[in-house]
Design a protein around this ligand. Sequence first.
Ligand code: GTP
Ligand code: SPV
Ligand code: MN
Length: 595
Amino acid sequence: MASLTTDTSIDSLMGRNGLDQFVDASAALLRPDRIHWCDGSEAEYQQLVQEMLADGTFIQLNQETYPDSYLHRSNPNDVARTEEVTFICTPTREGAGVTNNWMSLRDAEDRVLPIFENSMNGRTMYVIPYLMGTPNSPFAIAGVEITDSKYVVANMRIMTRMGTVALNHIRQTGSFVAGLHSTADVNPQRRFIMHFPTENAVWSVGSGYGGNALLGKKCLALRLGSYMGKEHDWMAEHMLILGLEDPKCNVTYMAAAFPSACGKTNLAMLVPPEEFAKQGYKVWTVGDDIAWMRIGADGRLWAMNPEAGFFGVAPGTAVSTNPNMIAASHKNTIYTNVALTPDNEPWWEGLTDTPPAGLIDWQGRPYDPANGPAAHPNSRMTAPAYQCPGISSHWEDPQGVPISALIFGGRRAHVMPLVFQSLSWQHGTLIGASVGSETTAAATGKVGVVRHDPMAMLPFCGNNMGEYFGHWLEMGQKIPNPPKIFHVNWFRKDDNGKFMWPGFGQNMRVLLWILDRVNGAGAAVETPIGYVPAPDAINTDGLNISPELMAALLKVDLDEWHEEVQGTGEFLAKFGSDLPAGILAEYDALVKRLG
Ligand code: GTP
Ligand code: SPV
Ligand code: MN
């Protein structure tokens, strides 16, 4: 152990001495039997698939209906992100702020490196060079993930631009984010997801699942990304990106931040209901989870999707809710923790109305409702983005697409109207900072509890969140032509606990009001919380929604809002002196408007 913590090997493990030294130092720590440098080729992928079929990591799905698609069952203790063991290791505790777990670099070495030690005995160590962003983009960032998981390699090949293209980029630029990942013994007690924003490095151990293990996604693109963005005038956000095309073929781009499992993939892939499709409206998908945004030469905010695939929530996905995701995931797709039908097809709650007979649940047992759902609530599919029928022709543009609207949202049974617009960028920043949402199965812990999740970034902010708010305010001053800011809520419930709004494709009607507002039209009422659609401003033709129901969906109940802002105030107070004056001023103004 002593030799591992010498300054030189820590430097190398952080990637400070270049790629070859990073790989050597990793091998010295992990002691694998073999090292494999991933080239990202089809042949390499097929080889890995064969190995995973042989060792049971992959189960082959029906190759007629789901060609080149596989099912993976993860360890039942490893099915979601684990926020309680996710750390931001800035030089000082203040750097991580009050919303993040913090550990010093010294403690990280002492507590976490020993878990990595010798953990790849008997295994192959894979070296995955990858790019976040398209290879021809000036904004692409390279990473190298060391892993012992073939499943991770296979997912990274779908989610990123992996292999030779990335290696060439690294050899040319000399720079990369160093990511050390080992599943070790998949022990929740020995699981740590460590981020070193000042070092451009990530260490993840003890988990093979999703955002814990695919280091390009939440670790690099969001946690390190938000830190880099603050230093260099850009923004890394937990946002989908879509293009809304009108009958005149003008495309308006919007980006939306909803917390995990609150509807980003679904909104990004929206298929307009028949009556709007007939008129010529279309929605194009640019990204479904992450947006990197910069100020363009034209003074607008431009957003790009750094990913190459979708790691989408399975439950609730159906032809009736998200036909584009269903179509995108019928081939070359990895399913994780879904159920299996006797025809070797994947199944999950919501795919069809009733579970097929003879179903095997996500843990490989004959399905028995007494054991809970057939598919894990956070079961997922990993599918290449280009397979999405609605993928935008601009999704790989090196500069991204120009954004006209930013949308925040959450899963709120009460209080939050269907949609409202902020009075200004600064007010919009307060709205983002105040986002609350019911927790979901995307992270371990209790589900359905409302918690504050500013900008849907609570689990993904690599900065002191107070400084991150400050960065939002500063960006607003710097963008000559900033997007307008909105808040939506698809999840308001009536007294019987039923969703009041049909959601999914019908969310098109809300996007059209947002589009109108962006274009200086769209009837609105100014309320204390912002602009709310006028009673008939949202088109409900063909929907079974009475004017009373619409009024209830749009209602701003002052009693509920007094309680809401009190909760917001208590939350913001936690930031103490980290809270920017602009947020405080907006909060005070909101309280005053509410009377
Ligand atoms: P992450 O990948 O975890 O970041 O999730 P996400 O924000 O992309 O959420 P996703 O679109 O996968 O939706 C999560 C769950 O919410 C799924 O079960 C969806 O079926 C459901 N959902 C999405 N949109 C709507 C909607 O408009 N109304 C209702 N009622 N449910 C929705
Ligand atoms: C999320 O939880 O927001 C996800 C899934 O997108 S994961 O990749 O596991 O973070
Ligand atoms: Mn997400």
